[in-house]
Design a protein around this ligand. Structure first.
Ligand SMILES: *Cc1c(COP(=O)(O)O)cnc(C)c1O
Length: 232
């Protein structure tokens, strides 16, 4: 892979941020967010060793996964977008992870619909760390109760928390909401006796700040695949 390939550049950013945080680079998973880009683009990244891909739109993702499964059976698929209750069956059947659980009904449906031949669906609870009415995610003060209920569902495995903060300029400002999510994760784990090993936080513009605050999974789209603004 050329040194200036976007995948090399993003891996380098992760490595440098991890070093600055005194963490092992391998403690941060790179999720390549391939929404709006075709299966052929995913295959090019898979050929370079990228294994985990994130998608936002159910039908687009199901088509892409079906196209790629024969040649790339080991890819891991993460659903990261807003999820409507009437689309949970396809997500339960085709994905390995869901990061956007923000209400119990959604989690119950995913658990009920997870096919018996598959292992448990790995899930994160999405928290609204900025407290704006327009954004999805459970309010921070309701996250602990939701986590306890989700953790009790038989076909799900609760792994941690996810957030999408409002865009902010500068590392210091970007770190604040990520720090809040980490503190909340620690509190929820302690209160409920849960092992929550995942903080899904950090995107193309703020992955360094997220890693400094303990992110274990960064969701990177445009820095890998390019601009999406004209694609959907
Ligand atoms: C699109 C998307 C991303 C990737 O965003 P970029 O800024 O392109 O890296 C990450 N997380 C979620 C939930 C997304 O919808």
């Amino acid at each position: 892979m050329p040194l200036n390939h976007p995948l090399a550049t993003v891996r380098q950013r992760i490595e440098q941020a991890a070093k600055a945080a005194g963490r092992e680079p391998q403690s941060v998973t790179l999720l390549a967010v391939s929404k709006t880009f075709p299966a052929a683009d995913v295959a090019r990244f898979a050929a370079l060793g990228q294994t985990a891909f994130g998608e936002n739109y159910v039908q687009e993702a199901v088509d892409k996964i079906a196209a790629l499964r024969p040649a790339w059976p080991a890819l891991q698929w993460h659903f990261i977008g807003p999820l409507q209750s009437n689309k949970t069956r396809d997500v339960a059947a085709h994905f390995d992870w869901v990061h956007s659980i923000d209400r119990l009904k959604l989690a119950q449906r995913l658990s009920d619909q997870r096919p018996a031949e598959l292992g448990p669906l790995q899930v994160c609870i999405q928290v609204n760390v900025d407290g704006e009415a327009s954004k999805s995610g459970v309010p921070p003060e309701e996250a602990s109760a939701l986590a306890a209920a989700v953790a009790a569902l038989p076909r799900l495995r609760l792994r941690g928390l996810m957030c999408i903060p409002e865009p902010r300029a500068g590392t210091a400002a970007q770190r604040a909401p990520f720090a809040r999510l980490r503190t909340l994760r620690d509190a929820i784990a302690a209160e409920n006796g849960l092992a929550l090993d995942t903080l899904s936080m950090g995107m193309s513009a703020d992955l360094e700040a997220a890693i400094l605050e303990g992110s274990t999974l960064v969701r990177i789209g445009s820095a890998l695949f390019g601009d999406r603004s004209a694609r959907r």
